[in-house]
Design a protein around this ligand. Structure first.
Ligand SMILES: [Mn+2]
Length: 234
């Protein structure tokens, strides 16, 4: 049987003039039975629609901060690195995925991409804007749980996991501030941040604020998440 092909948004390093991929995203997808393919960095909407058509699903990877202008705000001093070309690429790629109803999984920055593309708003910097009640930017090692999330009962995530609470990794200083209207929350951190979303009415548009790819070898919940995504891509 042919494996589903999952297109991944490249991780961009402007200082080194490189883009590439963290192997964990690929390994986690391969483990779930998919073929990962890294997409080129391009803001061209027509090219991205053609690339999306080649893929059975799309994974929006982690990365730096989205330009606050995309959600109508000025840049605050604590906002981090911004790569406008990647912002532009992901907006166009996500719209292409929605138009074709391709399964989408957003991880870390990826959940924020979904939220902003659908007219939601972000916290630009949790420590300075939201507080430090929960550590969301964990030190290494990145494969250890950082905080818990409570899973919202009745959501697809609750049905998938069969758990009310899971421990997750956390490497973000931004987060969803206002949830976009088309999205629904599936999990919250102990300090009340939305940590997982889905988009009703679509085949599979999910986002998680944590890093399931970092723990796919040890966390059954992470493997279930990738398996559910890949299953929808078949
Ligand atoms: Mn977190």
């Amino acid at each position: 049987m042919k494996k589903p092909i999952i297109g991944l948004v490249p991780i961009v390093d402007p200082a080194q003039n490189r883009y590439g991929m963290s192997p964990a995203y690929c390994k986690a997808l391969e483990c779930a039975g998919a073929l990962p393919v890294m997409l080129p960095l391009t803001p061209d909407a027509a090219d991205l629609a053609q690339l999306a058509a080649l893929c059975d699903g799309l994974l929006f990877t982690g990365g730096p901060d989205i330009h606050p202008a995309r959600y109508g705000e000025e840049i605050l001093p604590a906002c981090g690195q911004i790569i406008p070309e990647r912002d532009e690429m992901e907006e166009a790629l996500f719209q292409a995925a929605l138009a074709a109803d391709k399964p989408v999984l957003g991880i870390c920055r990826g959940i924020q991409v979904l939220n902003v593309a659908l007219d939601g708003i972000l916290w630009q910097d949790l420590p300075s804007q939201y507080g430090n009640a929960v550590l969301h930017s964990q030190p290494e090692p990145y494969d250890q749980p950082c905080h818990k999330v409570s899973v919202v009962q009745g959501t697809p995530l609750a049905r998938l996991l069969g758990q009310r609470e899971i421990a997750v990794t956390s490497r973000h200083h931004q987060a969803i501030r206002e949830l976009a209207a088309p999205l629904q929350a599936m999990a919250y951190s102990p300090d009340g941040l939305v940590e997982a979303v889905w988009m009703p009415g679509k085949r599979f548009v999910w986002g998680v604020q944590w890093h399931p790819e970092s723990v796919y070898q040890t966390s059954q919940a992470s493997r279930k998440l990738f398996a559910a995504f890949v299953e929808q891509c078949r």
